[in-house]
Design a protein around this ligand. Sequence first.
Ligand SMILES: Cc1ncc(COP(=O)(O)O)c(C=O)c1O
Length: 226
Amino acid sequence: MILEKIARALETDIQPGDEFIISYEHEANNGPWKRLAERRNAVVKYWQPTPVSAENPYSVAYKVEELLPLVSSRTRLVAITACSNILGSLVPVEEAVKALRQRAKEQGARKVEMSVDCVAYAPHRKMDVRQWDIDYCVFSVYKVYGIHNAAVYVRSAALKTSLMSIAHHFLKVDDKPYKLQPGGPGYELVYGATAIVPYLKSLMPEDEQTLYLCSGVCRPVDGQYI
Ligand SMILES: Cc1ncc(COP(=O)(O)O)c(C=O)c1O
């Protein structure tokens, strides 16, 4: 649902002939981009997984060298999954984004944004959107002991310049995350999410200085965990 909202909000910033590159994974990270492409006459290209074992044809992985030839001067959006929900295999996000941005630059691409689906990744690894240099990142909070809702990161420049507001028309929210909110947010769910860190903390000894959350390392800063 959250990716559908991003796709809706991106609509006015997509030109006919723009190209999307998406990895073959969960439909939640395919459908929104395919529908957006259809609405805006954009082109969808797939980053295909390749076999990695001669003995086992089902053993596949995403290779960065298979991604790069898909990049062209019309590449606009790349939507990948950090961890396969089918195989559990990891995509080298930082390496892929770096190589992709370099190739896009060489090709003269006007504007390339990167979206990473971290739903199967968040329970196991730290997401570092700055280190990865990505524009959109999503995960489902229920995968980390939370409620049935999604969390999204949007780079501030993308929020201001790529996304149109899908909130109520009378709200002045052009530079605010609220612009991705077409209605009420489900207040009880949002409030419920605040219990995740205290719950995980409750599992640790009180004098523990470093709290390892399932999605990464949380450090106490001024008494707060980040
Ligand atoms: C990789 C991946 N993307 C997207 C989803 C969809 O998330 P949700 O269940 O919040 O719609 C899942 C669900 O398991 C997933 O594993």
